[in-house]
Write a protein that binds this ligand. Structure first.
Ligand SMILES: NC(=O)c1ccc[n+]([C@@H]2O[C@H](COP(=O)([O-])OP(=O)(O)OC[C@H]3O[C@@H](n4cnc5c(N)ncnc54)[C@H](OP(=O)(O)O)[C@@H]3O)[C@@H](O)[C@H]2O)c1
Length: 303
């Protein structure tokens, strides 16, 4: 299959590309940077560079400026939105203008779609929430869903917090633990719906291959945890002082609106649609996932 991936250079994209190349697919990556092509992987900097005689069979849309990377100033919020909503609009506009549309579009989204929630388990049937992240996801999904009218099978990837060793949110989350400081944000009773990157790659592969699957998919492990439980699970891998909270007021002062939406509130998301499709998680629980991330095959703790 010829697969176009936007954001193929990112944390999820790199692992996905490695897996798909191993499966013998040809990959085209849409990237702002300059990269060297290989026999199986081609880079383009704009959709116009895609040649009409090699239209992609499938598209995975993962590009976007990081939500957790910087304080949400008005200018940065515009960049976050443009890199997702406008980029997805451009992608579907490109499908409309091409002679040959892809068979499938898998388009990024996030569990932020559901907004702040308490303990209620949220399946894909749950309503959209409020706030910047939720409204962003709704606009991002709406642009992707325009592809359905063109006969493109469309799946929305409602990603949880993706964990793995070489980057993503865990790099920042683990930092204080490495210095012996264990903490949780605010009350710590808010849920963290996480997923191991290997399961994200496996879920995306399933959604690419199974023509019967379409619509929204929560890509989160079946065992979401509270921030306190996540802290306790992390403490098993680091020598730390007794855990304590970082008060919400401090976090709001340091990080502004982003602290409220991404850290001090949460959502307990369950992967109902993926499990309904028969998907089996390699890392269903946080203890297993962190053990795989922080220990070597020989059972030694990573530094
Ligand atoms: N990782 C998570 O925990 C998580 C959770 C929920 C949702 N998601 C969503 O899943 C997608 C992939 O996540 P990821 O962690 O792999 O992201 P990532 O590592 O930050 O990579 C995203 C890619 O998007 C491109 N990009 C970055 N800033 C951009 C900008 N201002 N304009 C256009 N393109 C830009 C970059 O590619 P180039 O530099 O090659 O252009 C980058 O490699 C993102 O849309 C993210 O919102 C991720």
């Amino acid at each position: 299959m010829h697969i176009l991936i936007t954001g193929g250079t990112g944390f999820i994209g790199q692992a996905l590309v490695a897996q798909l190349l191993g499966g013998g697919h040809h990959i085209t990556i849409l990237s702002r940077g300059r990269h060297r092509d290989t026999s199986q992987c081609t880079y383009v900097r704009s959709l116009e560079e895609l040649s009409s005689d090699s239209a992609p069979d499938a598209v995975v849309n993962l590009a976007g400026a990081s939500l957790a990377g910087r304080r949400w100033t008005r200018a940065y919020k515009e960049e976050i939105a443009a890199s997702r909503v406008e980029a997805t609009r451009a992608l579907v506009d490109y499908f409309e203008s091409s002679a040959q549309t892809p068979r499938v579009l898998l388009s990024g989204s996030a569990i932020g779609f559901y907004g702040a929630h308490g303990d209620e388990a949220l399946t894909e049937e749950a309503a959209a929430g409020r706030g910047f992240a939720s409204e962003l996801c709704q606009a991002w999904e709406s642009e992707a869903l325009r592809a359905e009218a063109l006969g493109v099978r469309t799946c929305l990837l409602r990603l949880g917090v993706v964990l793995d060793r070489e980057g993503g949110a865990l790099r920042q989350m683990a930092m204080p633990f490495r210095f012996g400081v264990a903490s949780w944000p605010g009350t710590g009773h808010q849920y963290l719906s996480w997923v191991h990157r290997a399961d994200v790659v496996a879920a995306i592969t399933l959604l690419l291959e199974d023509d019967s699957l379409a619509g929204a998919f929560n890509i989160t492990a079946p065992g979401p945890v509270t921030q306190r439980d996540f802290c306790a699970a992390m403490q098993k891998h680091f020598r730390t002082l007794p855990a304590m909270p970082v008060p919400g007021t401090v976090m709001r002062l340091m990080l502004g609106e982003m602290a409220e939406e991404l850290l001090l509130t949460g959502q307990r998301v369950v992967p109902a649609a993926l499990e309904g499709a028969g998907f089996t998680f390699r890392y269903p629980g946080i203890e297993q996932a962190l053990a795989a991330i922080f220990t070597t095959h020989a059972g030694e703790r990573l530094p």
